[in-house]
Write a protein that binds this ligand. Structure first.
Ligand code: ATP
Length: 595
């Protein structure tokens, strides 16, 4: 995807209302009142101590000029030392509390976002790529943690200090105060202007870097395909193009940051020069002592340091606002599929029925139309149909990943809209060809990290599924290490693992989605045996392209372009020459015949 395409796809996020900022801050900072109060107290104390430093130095120099006693000078020097060290310690304390507040707030926010993402329906996840969500839950929250912990301390701290310094300067001479305020404002405006341009290039550079990273991500996930298709030259050409883009963006970014730093140096020199000239003028007029000029020079130095810091903090503030707006979108997105009040499902196998169900992902493009059928509790249904006929969509409605556009779906006689989602999904076990594995042991992958499931229960499940022989061949049994990309397991073994997983879940309805599509005959045999055991005593729905997969089912449904062509007991369809199933059975290449 090139930059322009990504730009076109970028959505404009709604601006956050002030009230929404309030809600976020109250939610995540409200619970840390004590830490926030400590942070503010320490912050103000450190500012007072910092402002006190130059005053002590002035008093010290004045006393030296007036030949004060060595004892009083020593006391002042020690006092300065105590104030300087105390200021640092108090400031470190304020930073400690602000870091704590920041991390607590963002960890809580990250957990909440994660939970909301998991609860959002499939349409949200189709519209947002995993990379995008990762960037929000991790990247944006990271930026916010910096904002929570640093912005308050540095920006508000700087703001208070600047006001303090300018007031103390104005106390010496109102004109000096006015001139330094003007320099401060002008310097800030110029630096912010240059920074605004520099940030544009900074973002461009980040974007080119992100494109390069996502390109490497793509390449590393399909190394075998690249080598087998002879696409190495194409990959290199694409890499060089992206790298050139990144270099160009980096050059511009560096040039503008150099301009920014240059402006800082000029501003520094000008401010010190003006302080010296004004100081000299007021000294000649007898308004300032040498000590006062030294003190004002020290304050000017502080003022400059704060200007740079504030400019830096303002840019992180802009980033934080952008992150907050992106996070806010997830925060306030309501799942289209909401929990119902809750129902009492019957015990044992559950019946399934669809009543006049139609569904469309996009308005006006129906994927399922007028589907009505009833599968009795404990029966097995085979679902066949060509690619894109709507089989997976039907399952998604049954799992309530989506709600039908019209009509209703019932499980155990209960309308799915009335059920609580967790309760519903707990009762359905799904085995697909793409089994998701997690980095961990075989045990972790079977129990999904639920420690309350004992090894004994797992081994019983393995025995009940009739796959003990397969299990014995695993090098370290339940401690066999697995990686998230399925390393160490074949596709068939991964499906066996999914069967055990579902068996341990003990659901009342089983869904097998083309579970034996890619297996060698030996593994297929083991898997078929395991799935039969899995389905025993439960209602089951089996999706298959191959008729052998559904040889033993009770009912057969044939789907074509989202419509139900036939639904009847398998033995009846197998005997009816007018049925599609009958014709399919008589054709060697059934796939070509699927309606
Ligand atoms: N998340 C989605 N958003 C929009 N359209 C979708 C989505 N998922 C599937 N579709 C479309 O819905 C139609 C039915 O897809 P579905 O996956 O249900 O078919 P299928 O019969 O399971 O196909 P296959 O056998 O290839 O898995 C297809 O045209 C597909 O492009």
């Amino acid at each position: 995807m090139n930059a322009s395409q990504s730009g076109q796809r970028r959505r404009v996020l709604p601006r956050m209302a002030l009230r929404q900022y309030g809600v976020l801050f109250a939610t995540y900072l409200g619970s840390q009142c004590f830490s926030v109060a400590c942070m503010v107290f320490l912050l103000v104390s450190s500012i007072v101590l910092e402002l006190l430093g130059p005053q002590i130095i002035r008093a010290f120099i004045d006393d030296v000029q007036h030949n004060s006693a060595i004892q009083s000078l020593t006391t002042q020097a020690i006092f300065y030392l105590v104030v300087a060290i105390g200021g640092r310690l108090v400031s470190a304390g304020a930073s400690y509390f602000s870091e704590n507040v920041g991390w607590n707030a963002t960890n809580q926010l990250r957990a909440d976002l994660m939970y909301r993402c998991l609860k959002l329906d499939h349409s949200f996840h189709t519209a947002h790529t995993p990379g995008e969500l990762l960037a929000r839950v991790d990247g944006d929250v990271e930026i916010l943690s910096h904002f929570f912990s640093q912005f308050v301390i540095r920006f508000l701290g700087c703001g208070l200090l600047v006001v303090g310094v300018l007031l103390l300067m104005a106390r010496e001479s109102i004109w000096f105060g006015i001139v330094m305020t003007a320099i401060f404002l002008l310097g800030n405006i110029i630096l912010l202007y240059i920074q605004k341009i520099a940030i544009t290039y900074y973002k461009l550079h980040l974007q080119t870097q992100a494109e390069l990273s996502s390109f490497w991500g793509e390449v590393f996930t399909c190394l075998e395909d690249i080598a087998s298709c002879g696409a190495v030259c194409y990959i290199l050409r694409r890499y060089f193009r992206l790298q050139r883009q990144e270099d160009a963006a980096e050059m511009k970014r560096t040039a503008f940051w150099a301009a920014f730093e240059g402006a800082e140096v000029v501003l520094e020199a000008l401010s010190l020069l003006i302080t010296l000239i004004l100081g000299a003028l007021f000294f000649v007029q007898g308004q300032f002592t040498i000590a006062t000029v030294v003190m004002l020079l020290l304050y000017t130095g502080q003022l400059l340091a704060y200007i740079y810091d504030m400019a830096e903090q303002l840019s992180s503030f802009q980033q934080a606002v952008a992150s907050l707006e992106r996070i806010n979108e997830i925060y306030h997105t309501q799942s289209r599929v909401q929990d119902g009040p809750g129902v009492d499902f019957p015990v044992g196998a559950l019946s399934v029925s669809f009543e006049d169900v139609s569904f469309a992902y996009e308005k006006g493009q129906p994927v399922l139309q007028d589907i009505s059928f009833r599968l009795a509790a404990g029966e097995i249904m085979g679902l066949i149909g060509r690619t894109a006929s709507g089989k997976t969509t039907l399952i998604r409605l049954l799992m309530r990943f989506y709600d039908p556009t019209c009509g209703s779906v019932f499980l155990g006689g209960q309308d799915l809209r009335q059920a609580r989602l967790d309760d519903l999904r707990r009762r359905i076990g799904l085995v697909t060809q793409d089994v998701q594995l997690f980095r961990g042991t075989l045990r972790d992958n079977l129990t999904l990290f639920t420690e309350s499931i004992s090894d004994q229960r797992i081994l019983q499940a393995i025995e009940r599924l009739g796959i003990t022989e397969w299990y014995r061949r695993l090098p370290q049994g339940l401690d066999t290490a697995l990686s998230s990309d399925g390393g160490g397991l074949s596709a068939g073994e991964a499906q066996l693992l999914a069967c055990i997983r579902v068996f341990l879940q003990d659901p009342q309805l089983i869904i097998l989605d083309e579970a034996t599509a890619r297996l060698d005959p030996a593994t297929e045999k083991i898997l078929i045996r395991a799935t039969r055991q899995l389905m025993a005593g439960r209602t089951a729905l089996v999706i298959a392209h191959r008729l052998s997969t559904i040889e033993r089912v009770d009912q057969v449904m044939v789907l074509a372009e989202g419509r139900m062509l036939e639904y009847a007991p398998r033995h009846m369809l197998a005997k009816d020459p007018a049925s599609y199933y009958y014709k399919l059975l008589r054709l060697a290449h059934s796939e070509e015949m699927l309606p």
